[in-house]
Ligand binder design. Structure first.
Ligand SMILES: [Fe+2]
Ligand SMILES: [Fe+2]
Length: 294
């Protein structure tokens, strides 16, 4: 089967699965909790979540709000790409469209976090925009594969942590994670199709992984936010390496393909990079373990 037929099939598969898991944000949200902010202004200490979990959900929201820029960037990046990829970006935009809205309305209804402060952050983040992480089609798709899987993993882990604090949030996060899973699966298999056609295309994998940063990395205070998420939200460097990068290296057979000498050099550098990440993750895991034992 040629590449464009393969991508058409992936797109059709996506439509079928996406219809099956379709959800409506109005069904998921606890509308019965809503109260007017003008009659009862927000005060610190309100809400259903710990400050750490609120920060984690806000971080997810502030990443999702940049959808207009993601769509603009990907549309430019996929200019000249096979039709199935262009169609996917449109469908993907429509599916992502309710993610930020759902998270934001959840936070408002449950009075988690200062709504005025968050709204200013939202404006600043959208004003900042987003730049494409690579100029070539395959580099972009390797990036979006990592990003979708990282987001899925973040939401699933956060849902697990949320369960004891607010079940509505856990339900919302599971719904979002199901969408992200399908987005990830589309890109993962699209990249695999390119790799099957030319194993030296692994160059893009070796290039993109070491410089990967989440699309929300430009938001104010991002490093501190990720520190909190790593500590309390169930998603840090350790999860990134174990649940995102390792499975991708495996599924793409990164160390199995016969490649040119120059790609082999890239691949060895990637192996060193992942080993370094694992080393740092292991060290911080041990530090946390020691703190717990004390
Ligand atoms: Fe999303
Ligand atoms: Fe997604």
């Amino acid at each position: 089967m040629d590449l464009s037929d393969r991508l058409d099939d992936l797109y059709e598969r996506h439509l079928t699965h996406s219809e099956r898991i379709h959800w409506d944000y109005h069904d998921l949200l606890p509308w019965e909790l809503g109260r007017s902010f003008s009659i009862e202004p927000w005060t610190a200490g309100e809400g259903t979540l710990s400050p750490e979990l609120t920060l984690a959900v806000e971080t997810a929201l502030l990443t999702e709000v940049n959808l207009p820029w993601f769509t603009a960037g990907l549309t430019r990046g996929f200019d000249g790409a096979p039709l199935a990829l262009k169609r996917f970006i449109r469908r993907w935009t429509a599916e992502e469209d309710q993610h930020s809205r759902t998270l934001e309305v959840f936070l408002l209804l449950t009075r988690n976090g200062d709504p005025a402060h968050r709204n200013r952050l939202r404006r600043d983040v959208v004003e900042l925009g987003w730049d494409l992480p690579a100029e070539d089609l395959l580099g972009i798709m390797v990036y979006t594969t990592i990003q979708e899987l990282a987001t899925r993993t973040f939401y699933q882990n956060l849902a697990r942590v949320s369960q004891s604090q607010d079940r509505n949030l856990a339900r919302v996060l599971h719904a979002l994670a199901r969408d992200e899973t399908l987005h990830f699966a589309f890109y993962r298999d699209a990249v695999a199709a390119y790799l099957e056609r030319d194993p030296n295309a692994l160059e893009a994998v070796c290039r993109v992984i070491p410089t990967f940063a989440m699309p929300g990395a430009g938001m104010p205070d991002f490093a501190n936010r990720m520190h909190v998420v790593g500590r309390c939200g169930g998603y840090g460097l350790d999860e990134y390496v174990r649940q995102v990068i390792r499975p991708l290296l495996e599924v793409w057979g990164v160390f199995d393909h016969q490649v040119s000498r120059s790609v082999e050099r890239d691949r060895l550098a990637l192996r060193d990079h992942v080993a370094r990440l694992e080393h740092v993750a292991e060290r911080s895991r041990r530090r946390v373990g020691q703190r717990v034992e004390r």
